[in-house]
Design a protein around this ligand. Structure first.
Ligand SMILES: NC(=O)C1=CN([C@@H]2O[C@H](COP(=O)(O)OP(=O)(O)OC[C@H]3O[C@@H](n4cnc5c(N)ncnc54)[C@H](O)[C@@H]3O)[C@@H](O)[C@H]2O)[C@@H](O)CC1
Ligand SMILES: Nc1ncnc2c1ncn2[C@@H]1O[C@H](COP(=O)(O)OP(=O)(O)O)[C@@H](O)[C@H]1O
Ligand SMILES: [K+]
Length: 503
């Protein structure tokens, strides 16, 4: 039988398939079943979820589009009618002959079952629940005509919306909107394969609560298709406990280079985060010569101008560079890029690299010299590095992160809703944790510092595991704060403390 499960929080990593692979999975699954079985299962799963999430909804409106997504909606309408609900379907296409065969069959089944079908929205009654079965995997252009009208209608209702497979107007693979209009769902039931666009860019926001139904197919059919990405897990594997005989030298050193005049706070936040993440010793090397120690955290050690020392902290620490770096960070980047064995580059350091071909060359050459780098751009910083508009980065976040990783031979964390972690030769990961409580100044500095503090404890590894864990935990702390009722924002200094108390 089919199985509907909530997707988040994700206990284990999950494969995310692109549209072409999702279609191949569907074809392979259909081949082993009697005709029309998958759509019947999909419709039944939608109807069951509708009854579960909106048990008191007596009046249900189904908005059915011109393809098989509409077919799923017609099947759901049939089951909900049988369950005694007052169901009204608006089939947005007037051309029944043009329905694909599966959807046509569902249309006839729905009619025979006495489902009320409307050819115009004008006659639709009020609804307690709306089912969005307008567009699914086949959504290929900006919604227009009746489909656009139906999306606007769904969004104008007070009633919650349950989206079938994908909120209509969202691109299932990239998480970008196809046009101005997209369904704002309260629930989305993803069918068969999970798609990356549900988890990044606009996806998380438009999907509401995300559910998955496997339509009863064998797990091997999913495993046979290569995913485009994987969804990370929401909880960490338990860390090895600290050994009795371990000492501060066992947990690595972090040096933070940042904090130009007026921006001391950014570097301090990163240093505090590195310390909280568990680094043995954390040094703060400010770019502002007038900047003193962080009095709120006497554990941090003030070490001016480490970039001028030929051999010292820069050569043996995990270096976090850029936080509040301003334009002066460009001057210290040549020695930092040349010497740091493990380097996290954030914010202004990335902006400096974006405008200087020599710095770009130095960064890209680090991996060949056995030095590891992690870049943590937000979308605008990524756009500067890629020399393209921010909208282009957001239109395909997986690809933007992969391009940056390849160009600089580095681990890349493309931040924002559904942060993407990419590295050459690895399947990219979309982080499942986090929410808009993090949308406040300084939380990026905390991420960079925590990443450095985690990495310093495992210096023999490249930055990949530390990046995954830091991004996960950063978001998990925000998720926990949301559960605890914080209205937001989660201020950056408090985020450090919250991360300490998050698993
Ligand atoms: N065929 C099957 O066996 C199954 C199909 N499934 C459903 O089928 C969906 C995919 O079906 P389709 O491939 O037919 O694709 P869709 O139903 O997503 O949409 C395709 C149709 O929408 C039109 N369209 C695309 N963009 C539009 C826009 N912006 N404005 C107006 N019309 C637009 C296309 O011209 C085409 O007629 C899945 O998402 C899933 O919901 C599930 O039932 C599982 C089984
Ligand atoms: N809406 C959101 N959902 C999830 N994460 C978010 C959201 N907004 C911001 N974040 C996270 O907050 C952090 C912000 O970093 P950044 O933009 O560099 O800020 P700053 O430079 O001010 O510290 C990133 O880790 C980002 O992924
Ligand atoms: K849909």
């Amino acid at each position: 039988m089919t199985r509907t499960t909530p997707v988040l929080p994700a206990a284990t990593p999950l494969p995310l398939h692109g549209i072409a692979a999702a279609r191949r999975i569907e074809t392979a699954a259909a081949a082993g079943l009697p005709p029309h079985t998958l759509m019947q299962r999909a419709g039944l799963a939608v109807a069951r979820l509708a009854l579960a999430v909106a048990p008191h909804a007596q009046r249900v409106t189904v908005l059915a589009g011109p393809g098989n997504n509409g077919g799923d909606g017609l099947e759901a309408a049939l089951h909900l009618t049988r369950a005694g609900r007052q169901v009204a379907v608006w089939l947005t296409t007037g051309d029944i002959q043009a329905l694909p065969p599966d959807a046509a069959q569902s249309y006839h089944r729905a009619r025979e079952a006495g489902v009320r079908l409307h050819t115009t929205p004008d006659t639709l009654p009020a609804a307690d629940l709306v089912i969005d079965a307008l567009l699914g995997l086949g959504a290929s252009r900006a919604p227009a005509g009746a489909v656009a009208q139906a999306i606007a209608l769904a969004n104008a209702q007070q009633a919650p919306v349950l989206a079938v497979d994908v909120p209509s107007g969202l691109h299932a693979e990239t998480g970008a909107r196809l046009g101005d209009l997209a369904v704002q769902a309260a629930h989305t039931l993803s069918l068969l394969a999970l798609k990356p666009g549900l988890f990044t860019a606009e996806g998380r926001g438009l999907c509401g609560r995300l559910w998955h139904d496997d339509l009863g197919i064998a797990a091997e059919l999913l495993a046979a298709e290569a995913p485009l990405a994987r969804l990370g897990a929401s909880t960490a594997l338990p860390l090895a406990p600290r050994g009795h005989a371990q000492h501060k030298g066992s947990f690595g050193d972090v040096a933070v280079v940042g904090g130009a005049p007026g921006m001391a706070g950014a570097a301090r936040l990163a240093a505090r985060a590195a310390l909280a993440a568990g680094a043995g010793r954390v040094y703060l090397s400010p770019l502002d010569p007038a900047s003193g120690n962080d009095d709120g955290r006497p554990e941090l050690m003030h070490r001016p101008q480490i970039w001028l020392q030929p051999q010292g902290l820069l050569d043996r620490s995990t270096v976090v560079c850029g936080c509040g770096g301003g334009s002066v960070v460009a001057e210290v980047l040549p020695p930092v890029l040349a010497q740091a064995p493990r380097l996290v580059l954030d914010a202004d350091a990335l902006n400096a690299v974006a405008t200087d071909a020599r710095l770009q060359q130095a960064l890209a050459g680090r991996a060949r010299r056995g030095q590891h780098s992690v870049l943590t751009p937000h979308p605008l910083e990524a756009a500067r590095l890629l020399r393209c508009p921010t909208a282009q980065v957001q239109a395909d976040r997986l690809n933007a992160a992969l391009q940056l990783a390849a160009r600089f031979d580095a681990v890349v964390v493309l931040k924002g809703s559904g942060s993407v972690i990419a590295a050459p030769g690895r399947l990219p990961v979309i982080n499942p944790t986090g929410n808009a409580l993090l949308a406040t100044a300084g939380t990026g500095d905390v991420l960079a510092g925590w990443l450095g503090g985690t990495w310093a404890q495992v210096p023999q590894q490249d930055g990949w595991p530390a990046a995954l864990e830091a991004v996960r935990r950063h978001g998990a702390a925000a998720d926990q704060a949301l559960l605890q009722g914080l209205q937001g924002p989660l201020r950056a200094a408090e985020l450090v403390e919250a991360m300490l108390h998050t698993l």
